[in-house]
Design a binder for this molecule. Structure first.
Ligand SMILES: NC(=O)c1ccc[n+]([C@@H]2O[C@H](COP(=O)([O-])OP(=O)(O)OC[C@H]3O[C@@H](n4cnc5c(N)ncnc54)[C@H](O)[C@@H]3O)[C@@H](O)[C@H]2O)c1
Length: 367
């Protein structure tokens, strides 16, 4: 399975989220503390030349980067070329993910797919099966798994430190104005995007599912409304999920709030403790209480920071605000050690399953 470093990366889709990928790629394309250069950007793919150029200008390294209009064109040009990518990062509109993921896997590339992994369950399953057949790794853009402290909490939960998960509640108030939906024809449509649950809430659902111990989904209730935006999909959604072993999750997801104050808040209750976390206008707060009500926040934070410095050096601390760097690091590690990254393809499928179950209960056919 192991690939030689640096891994050659093709970035497919040069829009907004591609900038987060570029920030991570810039960091990983420098030599690390072991004097190893882990990645190299070798191709930018987008039908718009200005979009490719805009991203290239942010790339800080000197190697040659090839431009292509489409992924098909890239593979027909690079298949037997020394610059053929090892890893394809898909940052295109959500309805493109399935087709592009398949093509990349058929050409023996590992994948970083932005969330949602696909818009249909059978498409996501097909991607996972193909990756398994090809022995390739998939990471999905579920950024919350890579926020500080979260990985340590998940490991302790798995060890039973907090007892049994009981329920969770998450609110994602990620305001967008009408201009956000008007900037591209795919945004807010059922066929290419979905609304506040599929697009803005899916990584929060993924995190909650993970921290509830990844139980089997038994049922979902959902209600959706399009209150203030001119768009096809919902700008407000509510859901209640029942899982095996009497575990529960409720979600509120909206884009109707102030775009200048994006907010997400998380609450998880266990038999031996509780966790609260929030982001409001970029400010993060969190609390981790044990069964005696003792605050463990500082203990986890210290441990997290020391671990990151030990693994990556002090320079990594500047990357903490970009969880995409954490996803790339985890994926590169997974490729070299033949293991699964934290936000693997299965996490993408499970999160999609929850969104689609909520949509179906709300009377919306999955696309
Ligand atoms: N993980 C996260 O935090 C996060 C954040 C934002 C968006 N996303 C996801 O990332 C994806 C892209 O979102 P965005 O906001 O960057 O969109 P965007 O519209 O800003 O960028 C998409 C880019 O893809 C290009 N494109 C379209 N079709 C293409 C094709 N067939 N081949 C190559 N390029 C093509 C467009 O020209 C555009 O430059 C979506 O799936 C979205 O859900 C994830």
């Amino acid at each position: 399975m192991s690939n030689r470093l640096p891994l050659k990366i093709a970035l497919v889709g040069c829009g907004r989220v591609a900038e987060k990928h570029l920030q991570a790629i810039n960091y990983l394309a420098k030599k690390n503390k072991n004097r190893v250069k882990r990645v190299e950007l070798t191709a930018l793919v987008d039908p718009f030349a200005e979009a490719r150029q805009r991203i290239l200008e942010k790339y800080k390294h000197r190697n040659q980067v090839n431009f292509f209009d489409s992924l098909e064109q890239m593979f027909s040009n690079l298949t037997n070329h020394k610059n053929k990518p090892d890893l394809v990062a898909i940052t295109t509109p959500s309805s493109q993910h399935y087709k592009q993921a398949k093509l990349a896997l058929q050409n023996d590339c590992h994948l970083f797919i932005e969330k949602p992994i696909a818009l249909k369950l059978d498409h996501a399953t097909e991607i996972l099966n193909l990756a398994e057949n090809k022995n390739k790794k998939i990471a999905v853009g579920h950024i919350f798994r890579y926020f500080p402290v979260i990985g340590l909490i998940a490991a302790d939960l798995a060890e039973g430190v907090f007892g049994k998960p009981l329920y969770g509640n998450v609110s994602v108030r990620w305001g967008h104005d009408q201009a956000y939906y008007d900037q591209a024809s795919w945004r807010g449509t059922r066929e290419h995007d979905g609304g506040s649950i599929m697009n803005q809430s899916i990584h929060a659902l993924d995190l909650m599912y993970w921290l509830l111990g990844e139980p089997e989904l038994l049922s979902a209730k959902g209600s959706l409304s399009t209150q203030i935006h001119q768009m096809e999909s919902e700008d407000l959604g509510f859901g209640i999920f029942e899982f095996a072993d009497d575990r529960w999750l409720s979600v509120e997801g909206t884009t109707n709030t102030d775009p200048n104050r994006p907010e997400a808040s998380f609450f998880l209750r266990y038999t031996k403790g509780e966790i609260r976390a929030g982001i409001l206008a970029g400010k993060i707060s969190f609390s981790i209480l044990d069964q005696n009500g003792q605050q463990l926040r500082l203990k986890y934070l210290k441990c997290d920071i020391l671990q990151r410095i030990k693994q990556e050096g002090f320079s990594y601390l500047l990357q903490i605000s970009n969880p995409h760097t954490g996803i790339y690091l985890d994926l590169i590690n997974a490729i070299s050690l033949d293991q699964e990254p934290l936000a693997d393809g299965l996490s993408g499928l499970k999160a999609l399953e929850m969104v689609i179950a909520l949509y179906e209960d709300a009377g919306v056919d999955s696309v």
